[in-house]
Design a protein around this ligand. Structure first.
Ligand code: DQA
Length: 149
């Protein structure tokens, strides 16, 4: 029997306050809940032959821990670091030590919002960035990552 190529595994990381999607400033972040978004990603992953695991935390250190755990276990990461995008050297350092592609996602277009949102601590070390497509950005990120892999 021919060997089956092992299924690719993608980790999706959602940062602080994204657990409140659907209720949180829906005019900016949309009406979908995080569970709905994760469900769609898992389904889209099945179509692409990718195993999608989702993780959310409001805590910087927990996100760093999860990124470290991905080493040797995941083929790629999709991350929306939320507010930590703009502040976290720790998350940047954790991503910098990976040798797998990382895609940065934002629901909103961070560049047409307040100036403090314009800077991303990870912009220069990720494989690609998507912002402004709402929750569809995650699907676009997954499809892009599938192509890279
Ligand atoms: C966000 C944009 C960030 O500036 C903000 O702090 C978030 C969400 C986005 O998805 O648009 O929490 O990352």
């Amino acid at each position: 029997m021919a060997d089956k190529t092992p299924q690719k595994k993608i980790l999706v990381i959602h940062g602080p306050n994204l657990n409140m999607l659907g209720k949180r400033e829906p005019h900016i972040y949309g009406h979908q809940s995080l569970d709905e978004i994760d469900g769609q990603l898992i389904e889209a992953g099945k179509q692409l032959g990718i195993d999608v695991e989702a993780f959310q935390s409001n805590h910087e250190g927990a996100i760093v821990d999860r990124i470290q755990q991905a080493i040797g276990n995941c083929h790629g990461i999709i991350i929306n670091p939320a507010a930590y995008t703009h502040t976290s050297v720790a998350i940047r350092d954790a991503i910098a030590m990976l040798d797998i592609p990382v895609i940065e996602i934002h629901l909103s277009n961070i560049h047409n919002r307040e100036s403090f949102r314009h800077h991303s601590m990870i912009a220069d070390i990720v494989a690609a960035r998507i912002a402004g497509f709402g929750s569809h950005g995650y699907i676009l990120g997954l499809e892009g990552l599938a192509k890279i892999l």
